[in-house]
Write a protein that binds this ligand. Structure first.
Ligand code: 3PG
Length: 208
């Protein structure tokens, strides 16, 4: 495995996206990219996830589209086949680690306990999703992990908003943050892409 996680340096905020209608995928991605948010996590929470990844890949230059809510090796494979350039899971499992180790695709497994962090590290994964951040101790918990786990960095998601994103991003062991606040359902349904671009622009001014 020689996966590179450098893509996270280009923008430290990752929108966690659930596509409810396939026609939203391209204009939504265009608005986010126009606002400076280029790493997009399209989740498999809806039936449109894989098609959305394909369409964004084909039609939105500048987007780096990955996949989220990946819970099995089959989903990992299907998403990479659809063009996902990174893979995010809310948790971790042997089958996911084994699949990720067979590829060069960056994989962010989930961990919120010391035991889970150690399990991922022992498989060679040092960049982990911390989910659900808000109910798992928040920034204070991640800060505490910096002592025992000097080599591990986290991408917290879950309960992160503009008001607290910078608190997380200021931690030395936080590489990026993610969340659904960039893609409010009412703005998407209403096709209010300019407003989503404005949210993205504000988010892209946050510093890791
Ligand atoms: C995730 O999968 O990362 C979360 O659903 C995002 O959490 P949020 O909706 O609280 O931002």
């Amino acid at each position: 495995m020689t996966a590179s996680y450098d893509f996270l340096d280009t923008s430290p905020v990752i929108p966690v996206i659930a596509i409810e209608a396939i026609e939203h995928a391209v204009p939504l991605a265009e608005a986010l990219v126009a606002g400076g948010i280029v790493n997009l996590e399209v989740t498999l929470r809806t039936q449109h996830g894989l098609d959305a990844i394909r369409l964004i890949n084909e039609q939105v230059p500048g987007a780096n589209v990955g996949v989220g809510t990946v819970c099995s090796a089959a989903e990992f494979d299907a998403a990479v086949e659809a063009g996902a350039s990174f893979v995010v899971s809310p948790g971790q499992s042997d089958e996911l680690f084994e699949r990720a180790l067979l590829t060069d695709v960056p994989f962010l497994a989930g961990a919120v306990t010391a035991t889970e962090a150690m399990a991922a590290q022992s498989r060679g994964f040092n960049l982990l999703k911390f989910f659900p951040a808000g109910t798992s101790g928040g920034a204070a918990a991640i800060k505490a992990f910096a002592g025992p786990f000097a080599d591990i960095q986290f991408v917290p998601t879950g309960g992160i908003k503009p008001e607290n994103a910078q608190e997380y991003l200021s931690l030395s062991n936080v590489r990026a943050v993610g969340g659904s606040w960039l893609t409010p359902g009412d703005l998407i349904k209403g096709g209010r892409w300019d407003e989503i671009e404005a949210i993205a622009r504000q988010a892209s001014s946050l510093n890791a």
